[in-house]
Structure formats: structure tokens, C-alpha cells
Design a binder for this molecule. Structure first.
Ligand SMILES: *Cc1c(COP(=O)(O)O)cnc(C)c1O
Length: 452
């Protein structure tokens, strides 16, 4: 059975069940695989004839072994991935994989829905209850709240930055009720994330059994390997053909899914880490010096407004280095390998908007801001690396344009078609938390009062 270590390397290794029920490691690091199992080239070739559920089973069972029985794992994946994942050829060798067809119309449905079902399975087994604390920059909250809604052994508390998310994003969290509570924080996403991390580390709250469903939780990342294998298997025909992936990135959970897939044997030419104006990662690749963007910049791709990505700890761990939760590098990763495998571009809001406009004019299809950052970064890569034009590339569309109607209308004068799942929440009543929570003390009091 594969064990997990903390990226801070200051606590004991644990098994998969403990890693996902705990969320964050006890030393404030993130859990990461001690070893990464490989698929053979034949196994990768065989994926071409499989469904996404079958691919999911092949990949997940390699990592989690027998910690979930086969039939249960199949049931979890089938139940969670009850939506389409189209891969469409846009132009020549450039493809888009649509990850926005889940119930909350963002790619986070992948990770959240599979994680929720795995946690429920383990909690039932152990006969205990937990509280999921989650910070959201926009989309995580909705996906997590929706994925865990009505689960018996789990309460959900979501923190979101009041001023930085869209009305639809807010309603996806506040209209559920029951075991789901959403709190608007007077601050930024990074403030929400800090409150959550402090609560995890607080011994006074130990009795609440707090856990995380952010991409802090390894169980969120694992399902995100699937759409790399899936899109690869739909567009390639040659054995061992390498593909380029352009990945809209904020907290780097999306990218981590790809990096794990690559370690498992997926032939990848290059990962493009596409970020908005929060450019700490491309600067790090360039200079080898890590500096957070503080406060984070408020861009239209709001789910990527992250000035200090938590999964950077895993990226650096994977490349042999170590960075603590505050952003101090303890050990440099193998920068040469990092730069060979990953390139990163920061895309301005201006270019994001231009991309949405031009894409519509050229292809009569609508991109939303996050997907547009990915597409714009791919265009940059194509422009500067013509020698790689022979390789196919997949850019991920990570949300539905209808989640950002104002932006889309102002750019292309078209009202994006609203999926039923979004339409239905508009009339529902919102449950708004009235207490003003701006400090950790406020937050702690609130948790104790409501859940002790
Ligand atoms: C969260 C999110 C991203 C970024 O994913 P990370 O795992 O945080 O890097 C990109 N696009 C959308 C729509 C998102 O919700």
C-alpha cells in the first residue's frame, strides 16, 4: 500500500484513508505520494477503447490499492462522473477539453464529487463525523458544497471573499442549506485560506474533527489526473505520442493532477501553467526566487486569483525540493527539470478579454475567462515554439461561460446559454451568515458556537 508523506517532512507517513480524512498534514504540510505507480505503454494504449469511468478505475485503483473495494470504487466513480467530458478539435493540432459539464459547471466537480464519496465511505466505515472547512476563490465552494450536500456524516463550512465572487458563484453555495454553511469574509481569497489553515492547526478546535476539501486535500488531486489520461486517449493515435497541456492555474491543483499523470507514465511534451496577473510562479521559474503576490491581484478569471498557491508545496516536492506553508524554500527543487517540463505564462486581463473576443470571431464559440487564460497561454507557446507545432495540444476549459455573463456580454454582445443547473438556483432563497467575520478570533468563536 502506497504511503503519503508531508511536504514539510516533519510528521509520520500515513495511508490514503488518513490522508484524505485529515486533509492537511499535522505539521501544516500537504500529503504527497511516497512513490508513484507507473502504467505501462500498453496500459496507456488500452485507454483508447475505455470509457472515462473505466479509465478512472484503472488510474485510481493503482494509487489507492485495496483501501476501497473494487465494486465500491466503480460505484463512486460512476456516480460522481455523471456528466460528459467532450474533447474537441478547434484548429489543427489544438484541442479543447471541456471540464465544465458537471453540476456546478466547473472542473472542480471532478475532484470534489469523487472526494466526497470516498470520504463518506471511510466515515461510514469508522462510524464518525467531520466538518469540512473550505476556502474558495469562487468555484471550489460551489463544487464542494454541492458534492457534500446532504451527506449524513459531514458538515460543510465555506469561506469566500465577499467582494470577489460573482452572484452566481455565491448562490451556488448559499442556496443549498442543510449541512452547508457559506460565510462571506471581508477580505481576499488568501485571507480565507489563512483562516482555514489556522483552524486546522488550532488544538482548541481538535474536537470538531475539521478536514479540508480544498486542493490541500490529496483526494481532490487524484481525480484530476483522469481528464489528462482521458483527453490524451481521445486525441492520440501513435504509441507514445507526446501531448502539450495548457492548464489554467490558481492554486495549482489542476496542474498537479497533470504532473501526477505524467509521473504515472502519460507521455507529455510540456505543461503550460497558465496564470493570470498573479505571476509568482512564472517569476519563480525565471529567477529561482519565490515571492508571493501580496495582496493577490483581482483578475476576471477570479477562481485563479491566488498569490501563494498551496499546491506549490507539492510541485516543489515532486521535483525534489521543499517549501514550507509560508513560502520559504528550504531546499531548491531541480530547476532544470522543472523548466524542461513546465513553462508558465502570466496572461493579463487585457489579453484574456482579447482572447475571448478573437476566439468568438474566429470559431463562433465562447470561452470563459479561465479557459481563455489557458488558450492565450497556448497561443503564446505556439508562437514562440514553432518546432513543437507537430505536437497536439489540449487546453482546458474549466468553467461554463454562463457563470460570467456580464463579462461575456460586454465583450461579444452575446448572452451565454445558461445550463439548467445554473438556471435553477437563481430563484432559490439564500442562507446568509449575518455575523461579521474578519479575524481568526471571530472565526474560531463562530465555529465553537455553531458546532461544539
Ligand atoms: C479553481 C479553478 C481554476 C484553477 O485551478 P487550481 O487547481 O486552483 O489551479 C481554473 N479555472 C477554474 C474555473 C477554477 O474554478
Amino acid at each position: 500500500m502506497i504511503k503519503f508523506h508531508s511536504t514539510n517532512r516533519n510528521t509520520k507517513d500515513v495511508d490514503f484513508k488518513t490522508a484524505i480524512l485529515r486533509g492537511q498534514a499535522l505539521d501544516k504540510g500537504l500529503y504527497m505520494l511516497n512513490e508513484i505507480p507507473k502504467l505501462s505503454l500498453v496500459e496507456i494504449q488500452d485507454l483508447k477503447s475505455k470509457t472515462i469511468t473505466e479509465i478512472g478505475f484503472d488510474i485510481l485503483s493503482k494509487i489507492i490499492g485495496t483501501s476501497i473495494p473494487e465494486n465500491k470504487l466503480t460505484e463512486i466513480i460512476t456516480d460522481a462522473l455523471n456528466f460528459e467530458v467532450p474533447v474537441e478539435q478547434i484548429d489543427g493540432n489544438d484541442y479543447i477539453c471541456y471540464l465544465d459539464r458537471g453540476p456546478t459547471c466547473s472542473f472542480k466537480d471532478f475532484g470534489a464529487r469523487i472526494l466526497a464519496r470516498m470520504m463518506e465511505y471511510f466515515l461510514e466505515l469508522e462510524n464518525r463525523d467531520i466538518i469540512i472547512l473550505t476556502a474558495t476563490s469562487g468555484d471550489t465552494g460551489g463544487a464542494v458544497a454541492h458534492a457534500f450536500h446532504k451527506m449524513k456524516r459531514i458538515n460543510v463550512v465555506v469561506l469566500y471573499p465577499r467582494e470577489e465572487i460573482s452572484e452566481l458563484q455565491r448562490k451556488q453555495m448559499t442556496t443549498l442549506g442543510k449541512n452547508v454553511l457559506a460565510i462571506g469574509i471581508h477580505g481576499k481569497f488568501d485571507d480565507c485560506q489563512r483562516l482555514v489553515k489556522m483552524a486546522f492547526a488550532d488544538p482548541d478546535l481538535k474536537h470538531l474533527n475539521l478536514s479540508s476539501a480544498n486542493s490541500i486535500n490529496f483526494g481532490r488531486l487524484l481525480p484530476q489526473t483522469l481528464y489528462y489520461f482521458w483527453s490524451y486517449s481521445r486525441i492520440t493515435n501513435k504509441n507514445n505520442e507526446q501531448v502539450i497541456f495548457s492548464v489554467p492555474s490558481g492554486n495549482f491543483g489542476n496542474l498537479m493532477g497533470g504532473l501526477i499523470a505524467h509521473e504515472m507514465g502519460l507521455p507529455v511534451k510540456k505543461f503550460i501553467a497558465a496564470v493570470n496577473e498573479n505571476n509568482e510562479f512564472p517569476r519563480f521559474l525565471e529567477t529561482g526566487i519565490y515571492e508571493k503576490v501580496e495582496p493577490s491581484k483581482n483578475c476576471i478569471s477570479n477562481a485563479m486569483n491566488v498569490g501563494h498557491p498551496s499546491n506549490l508545496a507539492r510541485v516543489i516536492d515532486l521535483y525534489g525540493g521543499e517549501i514550507d506553508e509560508l513560502g520559504n524554500i528550504k531546499n531548491m527543487p531541480d530547476m532544470e527539470k522543472l523548466r524542461r517540463e513546465i513553462i508558465s505564462y502570466s496572461i493579463s486581463d487585457e489579453l484574456t478579454k482579447e482572447t475571448i473576443k478573437n476566439f468568438y470571431i474566429k470559431y463562433e464559440k465562447i470561452l470563459e475567462p479561465h479557459g481563455a487564460v489557458g488558450w492565450a497561454a497556448l497561443r503564446k507557446y505556439r508562437h514562440t515554439n514553432p518546432q513543437d507545432n507537430i505536437y497536439k495540444a489540449v487546453s482546458f476549459e474549466t468553467a461554463d461561460p454562463a457563470k460570467f455573463p456580464e463579462e461575456i456580454i460586454s465583450l461579444i454582445k452575446i448572452y451565454p446559454k445558461m445550463p439548467i443547473s445554473l438556471k435553477s438556483i437563481q430563484e432559490k432563497e439564500e442562507h446568509i451568515v449575518s455575523e461579521k467575520i474578519s479575524s481568526y478570533e471571530d472565526f474560531k468563536k463562530f465555529l465553537k458556537k455553531n458546532y461544539s
